[in-house]
Design a binder for this molecule. Structure first.
Ligand code: NDP
Length: 241
């Protein structure tokens, strides 16, 4: 793995992944790190100042023009070199909601960031993903960061309509990507990262961002065709849809 694009890198898991790569994988050629407000992303900016392979790309994933511009910029920079890994990490999650409290805007906001943006980004990046290189036979890898809350079978407590439905939808999209892109040896997986201490995961989560980032990068580096189309934890355990 030499080139990677990660969305939502100013904080949380996205920032942790970029930091872990900088600290442990100096040989990376390109770490494309998106965030929507680089001017407020001091820690990420400082990482980029100290690591010339980190390129911050301003992208609001609510904006489809931003998404296509991002893909164009990355494609122009890479030229004939491939994109090895795309991590659709950025996501939103509102508070727990029972059905009477569900708001239409909340549903559409979640679908925009958690489903539409990852699908459009993967679509625009197919040409560079085709030229990616990874373990074994596979070319590029698409990692859609999902959640166990998107598992229909594991849902025993209800609620979380915007988040659960959007993560179930990105799971469905992941399976389609795995089938549509198989002929190009592009692998697509839906990955539950674990419960992690971030703004979204909260303080009670068992894993720190640092621990989780190391685990996730180890896992991503070992993804191969055998994982194509699966819904997995970072330990490689298969989750029910
Ligand atoms: P955080 O809330 O800490 O960070 C979310 C990131 O997504 C931020 O960088 C945020 O940027 C970005 N983002 C949100 N909306 C947009 C947008 N419209 N355009 C661009 N960027 C956007 O979340 P986590 O790091 O915890 O979560 C990362 C992923 O992991 C998500 O997909 C989440 O669903 C998943 N996940 C997390 C778990 C956990 O326990 N933490 C458990 C299971 C899954 P900004 O600062 O600009 O808002």
């Amino acid at each position: 793995m030499k080139t990677i694009l990660i969305t939502g890198c100013n904080r949380g898991i996205g920032f942790g992944l970029v930091k872990h790569l900088c600290e442990n994988y100096g040989q990376m050629e390109n770490i494309f790190a998106t965030c929507r407000n680089p001017q407020n992303a001091q820690e990420l900016t400082s990482l980029a100042q100290n690591n010339s392979n980190v390129k911050i790309l301003k992208t609001d994933l609510n904006n489809s023009e931003d998404i296509s511009n991002l893909a164009k910029t990355v494609t122009d920079i890479l030229g004939t070199r491939g994109l090895d890994v795309l991590v659709n990490n950025a996501g939103i999650s509102s508070k727990f909601t029972r059905l009477p409290m569900v708001k239409e805007k909340d549903l559409t906001d979640h679908f925009r960031v958690n489903v539409i943006a990852p699908i459009l980004l993967a679509k625009h990046l197919i040409p560079v993903l085709k030229n990616g290189k990874n373990e074994g036979e596979s070319s590029g890898i698409i990692v859609n960061i999902s959640s166990v809350l998107g598992s229909i079978q594991e849902n025993t407590t209800g609620g979380y309509y915007p988040y659960r439905t959007s993560k179930a939808a990105i799971n469905a999209a992941t399976r389609s990507m795995s089938l549509d892109l198989r002929e190009h040896k592009i692998v697509a997986v839906a990955l539950h990262p674990g419960w992690i201490k971030t703004d979204m995961g909260g303080k009670q989560a068992p894993f720190t961002v640092e621990e989780a980032s190391g685990n996730l990068i180890n896992f991503i580096r070992n993804i191969s065709m055998e994982h194509n189309g699966l819904f997995l934890t970072h330990e490689g355990k298969q989750l029910p849809w």
